[in-house]
Design a protein around this ligand. Sequence first.
Ligand SMILES: [Zn+2]
Length: 271
Amino acid sequence: MRNIFSLLLLALTFVFVKCSSVPLSDRSQLALINNDKIFPMSYEQYEQVKKESKIITGTEDARTVKRVGTRIQRAVEQYFADQGQSSYLNDYQWEFNLIDNDSTVNAWCMPGGKVAFYTGIMPICQDELGVAVVMGHEIAHAIANHGRERISQQYAAQFGLSAVSIILTGGSGGPSIPTEIIMQGAGAATSLGILAFSRKHESEADKLGLYFMAMAGYNPEEAPKFWERMAANSGGEAPPEFVSTHPSHDTRIADLKANMPKAMEYYRKSQ
Ligand SMILES: [Zn+2]
């Protein structure tokens, strides 16, 4: 009986203490590990990607990626400041780079705000507005902390409740977080062979991404048009971030349209 009681208590603690709620979304998520454990590893990994890739600088496309990223970042920071929640973004170190790789139709964001676009996605973006659709979506993954959530889920699945209880009670001796779990949580696809996000995460990133681009003054009505172009292009190799795990095309367009009125409110406020 006592064991059952403590297990119940543990379960309650598990639910109430180690969850966090996703901003602008009515969803609570598992958050077993703090950002200060995950972000430094994410930043290290991003530096590694930069070393192994050709980062483009000085072109119009490279400038557009940085300009759009910075503009949406600032709009998001303003939104959190208006909510009195600036501290939520304390550990984020935003960076926006364009990688030279025409055959990769993809973009991603590592935990803490490290974004990469591949040149292969630029023709589908077409212009600054199209870049804003993708950028909003990527920044949304970082703000919603999907990487940390996935790391937490994998940690709990791999080590079970006993390891979680060690973390919760502050005891020592629990297994440390294996590097590969952090790596997978980072969500960087392609070159690293890392798993893509779940459909739930993709749908949430679509919704928040729509809001974030709108807050930055980009017309969110471009989003369904961008995804139409992406769907038309996906006949060949399926890019992990944008096709294989994403909601089906029709679901995605329907969801975007359902979220459009709220996004247009943010857009009008930004004008
Ligand atoms: Zn995504």
